[in-house]
Design a protein around this ligand. Structure first.
Ligand code: FE
Length: 154
């Protein structure tokens, strides 16, 4: 993988306020097409900004090598080597695989100010990013496991 500059919280805020980097491609499908392709739970989370129950499966405690791709459009999003055990019950990563695979947006729902993260190619809701992650990035990408698919050959 090509070396990239480490993403930090300042970059995240900049992207959430001013717009995210341009993706390499854009995929748009109708609601019916997404429903056909996804399970009801995957659809609820990725297309309706849902959240899975914490500890709803064992994926956050698994650290098999590979690349986590978007469940909707298969874009590589996170490298398993940058996954860490945050104790939250959701898969957690310190960095995306490339800056322009993630779309950042302000989220003021539920009386909180948060930064939502989406797939920048198909706008699948993935989760949120917080500034309390481990060094060196200091970021915690808190991602629904239903939004991801591990490619062990990636
Ligand atoms: Fe996607």
């Amino acid at each position: 993988m090509k070396e990239k500059e480490l993403l930090g919280w300042k970059n995240v805020i900049h992207y959430a306020v001013n717009g995210s980097p341009k993706p390499d491609r854009v995929i748009m499908k109708t609601e019916a097409e997404w429903r056909e392709q996804l399970t009801p739970e995957q659809y609820r989370i990725t297309r309706e900004k849902g959240t899975e129950r914490a500890f709803s499966n064992d994926s956050c405690a698994r650290f098999d090598p590979g690349i986590y791709n978007c469940i909707c459009c298969n874009t590589p999003l996170f490298d398993a080597s940058l996954k860490f055990d945050s104790g939250t019950g959701w898969p957690s990563f310190t960095e995306p695989i490339k800056d322009n695979v993630i779309k950042y947006d302000k989220d003021i729902s539920y009386g909180m100010v948060r930064v939502e993260v989406m797939c920048n190619v198909c706008e699948a809701h993935l989760g949120h990013v917080f500034p309390d992650g481990p060094k060196p990035s200091g970021l915690r990408f808190c991602i629904n496991s239903e939004s991801l698919k591990l490619n062990e050959n990636g």
